[in-house]
Design a protein around this ligand. Structure first.
Ligand code: PMP
Length: 436
C-alpha cells in the first residue's frame, strides 16, 4: 500500500538486551507514550549544529547570532507545524507539565477552570489557585460534549454570574482543559466539538496534546482551540523541552512565569530604593534564563521530519499496528482492553489492558525479562481514570506503582503498550506472541 510508509529510523533500534531464558534480543521499545525514541534525523541535525552553538539572544559573536536565528526559526517551525494563527505565541517550556503550569499561573484570578476527572495529572492538577470544576468521566465522546455543555450552562445561570450580568458586567473568564488523546486508552477526544461548546459559552480551551501531537497532525486553527501544549520527548525529540502555543493575551498580561534575564526589557533602580521592571510582552516574557537551545532545535527538527515523512502516511501505518495489536489481544480470552468510549472509538497507538489471573506488574516484568519488550505498568499518572476503567473506586487515594493483586483478584493497575512512527512490525508481532 503506497499510502503507508516504513518506520522512521530511530535511536536505539539495535540495542540488545539479555533474556532470563538465555541469549539476547534487540530491545522492543513499546512505551512511546512515556517517552518515544528520538528520530535519527533529529539526532543528526543536533550533531551537525552542536559544534556551532553559542548563547541565544545574548551575544554579538557569529555563533551567538547563528544560535539565535536557529532558536527563532525553531519557533517558526513549531508555529507552522501547529498551524498557528496570526498573533499566536509559541513559548518554549520544559514539558507539557511545565506548559500547563505556566498557563495555570497566567489565568486571570477569577477564572473558573473545567477539567474532566479522566485527565492526566499534568492537566488535572496545575489549577490549584483557580476555582476548578471536575467533570465526571463520560462514557462516549457525545457524553463528553454534553457534560461540558451542562457544566458551562450551569455557570451561565449561577447566582453570581446572573448578578454580574444584571450589573452589565461580563460573567468572568473560564477555561476548559482537555486531552486530545488519552495516555491510558489512546482514545481520541472530540476536541473540535468541545472547543465549539467552550466558545459558545465564552470560555477558552487548552488542548493537552502530549499524546495527540506524536500520533496525529494538530492544527490549532482548524480545531479552534486557544492553546496547545506538548512535550518534545514524546514527539521523537530528546528530553527537556516542551511547547505552549496559542493566544497571547492572558500570557502577555500575566506576571512572568520565571523572573530573570531575557524576560525583562528594562530594569532600573527607583528613587525609593526599589527596582522597576518592564517585562517583555512577547514569548520571551515567560522564557527567562538561558534557554534549552538544543532541546528547542530538536523539537523543530522532529516537527519537520514528521511533516516531510508525510504525517498522514505515518498515521495510516500506525493504525495498521493498532489493528494488529487489538486483533492479537482479542485472541486471548484472559485479556481485557481498557476503554472509556467503547471498542469502536478511534484511538492512537496507546493501548492499556489487564490479564485475568496476572498481576500487571509481574506481567510487564515478564515481557521485559523473557522477550526484551519494554512496556509500562501502573496507573499512568491518571489515577482517577484508571480506577474508573478497572472498576475500582475513583476516589480511593491508593498508591501509584505496583500494588499486589493475587490471581483471581481484580487488577489494581494495568499494562500499557504504546508505539509510533519508529516501531517495526517485528516488535508488534513479538508483543502479540509474548502475550499469547
Ligand atoms: N499529558 C498527557 C496526556 C501525558 O501522557 C503526559 C505524559 N505522560 C503529560 C501530559 C505530561 O508530559 P510531561 O511528563 O512530558 O510533562
Amino acid at each position: 500500500d503506497r499510502s503507508i510508509c516504513s518506520p522512521l529510523p530511530v535511536l536505539g533500534k539495535d540495542v540488545t538486551v539479555p533474556l532470563v531464558t538465555g541469549g539476547e534480543v534487540t530491545y522492543a521499545a513499546l512505551d512511546y507514550a512515556a517517552s518515544a525514541p528520538a528520530l535519527q534525523r533529529v539526532w543528526d541535525d543536533v550533531a551537525a549544529y552542536a559544534p556551532y552553538y553559542g548563547s541565544v539572544h545574548r551575544g554579538a559573536g557569529y555563533l551567538s547570532q547563528l544560535s539565535t536565528d536557529l532558536f527563532e526559526n525553531s519557533r517558526k517551525a513549531v508555529a507552522e507545524f501547529l498551524g498557528c494563527r496570526a498573533g499566536d505565541q509559541v513559548i518554549f517550556t520544559r514539558s507539557t507539565t511545565d506548559s500547563l503550569n505556566l498557563l495555570a499561573a497566567a489565568v486571570p484570578a477569577d477564572c473558573q477552570v473545567f477539567v474532566y476527572e479522566t485527565e492526566h495529572h499534568a492537566s488535572l492538577l496545575p489549577w490549584r489557585d483557580a476555582r476548578v470544576t471536575y467533570l465526571n468521566a463520560p462514557r462516549t465522546p457525545a457524553q463528553a460534549v454534553e457534560t461540558l455543555e451542562r457544566a458551562l450552562a450551569g455557570r451561565d445561570s449561577s447566582p453570581s454570574s446572573q448578578l454580574r450580568s444584571s450589573r452589565g458586567g461580563p460573567i468572568g473568564p473560564a477555561l476548559v482543559c482537555v486531552t486530545g488523546a488519552s495516555n491510558v486508552t489512546g482514545e481520541l477526544w472530540p476536541v473540535k466539538e468541545l472547543a465549539a461548546v467552550a466558545h459558545a459559552h465564552g470560555a477558552r480551551i487548552v488542548l493537552d496534546a502530549a499524546q495527540l501531537a506524536p500520533h496525529h497532525p494538530v492544527d490549532i486553527d482548524e480545531l479552534d482551540v486557544d492553546w496547545v501544549a506538548f512535550s518534545g520527548h514524546k514527539l521523537y525529540a530528546p528530553f527537556g523541552s516542551g511547547v505552549l502555543a496559542g493566544r497571547s493575551d492572558w500570557l502577555q498580561d500575566a506576571e512572568p512565569y520565571l523572573a530573570g534575564g531575557g524576560a525583562s526589557r528594562k530594569v532600573a533602580r527607583r528613587a525609593d530604593g526599589g527596582v522597576d521592571v518592564e517585562w517583555h510582552s512577547t514569548a520571551a516574557r515567560h522564557e527567562a534564563g538561558s534557554p534549552n537551545v538544543i532541546g528547542v532545535y530538536s523539537i523543530a527538527s522532529a516537527c519537520k521530519a514528521l511533516t516531510e515523512a508525510g504525517f498522514d502516511r505515518l498515521v495510516a501505518r500506525e493504525q495498521q499496528l493498532v489493528t494488529r495489536v487489538r486483533e492479537g489481544l482479542a485472541e486471548v480470552p484472559q485479556v481485557k482492553v481498557l476503554s472509556l468510549f467503547g471498542d469502536d472509538a478511534p484511538r492512537v497507538g496507546v493501548i492499556s489492558f489487564v490479564v485475568e489471573g496476572w498481576n500487571s506488574s509481574h506481567f510487564a516484568a515478564a515481557l521485559s525479562a523473557e522477550y526484551g519488550i519494554g512496556v509500562r505498568d501502573g496507573l499512568f499518572c491518571a489515577h482517577p481514570l484508571v480506577r474508573t476503567l478497572l472498576g475500582s473506586d475513583p476516589q480511593d487515594p491508593g498508591e501509584c506503582g505496583a500494588p499486589e493483586a493475587e490471581p483471581g483478584e481484580r487488577s489494581l493497575n494495568a499494562i500499557r503498550v504504546s508505539f509510533g512512527a519508529g516501531t517495526p512490525d517485528e516488535h508488534i508481532e513479538r508483543f502479540v506472541r509474548a502475550v499469547k
